[in-house]
Write a protein that binds this ligand. Structure first.
Ligand code: 5RP
Length: 221
């Protein structure tokens, strides 16, 4: 079986009646969304908050009732993907799909957070995957130059239509760091920069990681 589908199906089992569920973004989460759609047809009663327009669209297609995050006191359980997870700390890089800002807001509003990933995303040290930094377009070339001078190899994210624009209208500068020795220090520094809206370092914010390898799933806590 496709590992991503297995992860989506397995994660859907953590969802219980009457929960407010946070839906992350990405190809692995898409399987979760479809699995929840199936469970809803069988009678599961939930409401969901979505972290991206793409997830919203799929959730609507499969019949998941969506609710505005501003209308909920707290999300019971958020299930999301990740791009790289450090084995010892469960620190992660997220935002490969560009939804890091909404994903982080959702995560911070959640009682419980589960990530679902292929085993190849579990690493000894973060940094091989590009680190997304979401920025306000106004004046962001100054940030770009600062990252360049620090030899962070910044690249303004583009897609086939041109410049990549996030769901909230921002741009993304991807940093190519190769290794991140001090994730907390880097996260604090990025947050301190005017014009940076959010970064893709997700530190100390997950309760459980479901790790898939072919047809097996391990749970890291
Ligand atoms: C999007 C994300 C995704 O969770 C991450 O990119 C993983 O996606 P996929 O399951 O497609 O590998 O952080 O912003």
């Amino acid at each position: 079986m496709d590992t991503k589908k297995l992860l989506g199906d397995e994660a859907a089992k953590y969802v219980e009646d009457n929960m407010i569920v946070g839906l992350g973004s990405g190809t692995t989460v898409n399987h979760l969304v479809r699995a929840l759609g199936e469970r809803i047809k069988e009678g599961l009663q939930i409401k969901a908050v979505s972290s991206s327009e793409k997830t919203c669209k799929l959730a609507k297609e499969v019949g998941i009732p969506l609710i505005d995050i501003n209308m909920v006191e707290q999300i019971d359980l958020t299930i999301d993907g990740a791009n790289e997870i450090e084995r010892n700390t469960l620190f992660a890089i997220k935002g490969g799909g560009g939804s890091l800002l909404y994903e982080k807001i959702m995560t911070l509003h959640s009682k419980e957070v589960i990530w679902i990933v292929d085993e190849e995303k579990i690493v000894h040290q973060l940094g091989k995957f590009r680190l997304p930094v979401e920025v306000i377009p106004y004046g962001c070339h100054k940030l770009f130059r600062m990252f360049f001078e620090k030899q962070y190899k910044p690249v303004l994210r583009k897609n086939k239509d041109g410049l990549f624009v996030t769901d909230s209208g921002h741009w993304i500068i991807d940093l190519h760091l190769e290794k991140i020795d001090h994730p907390k220090k880097l996260a604090d520094w990025l947050k301190s920069l005017t014009g940076v809206v959010e970064h893709g370092l997700f530190l100390q914010c997950v309760d459980r990681v479901l790790v898939g390898n072919n047809d097996q799933i391990k749970v890291f806590e």
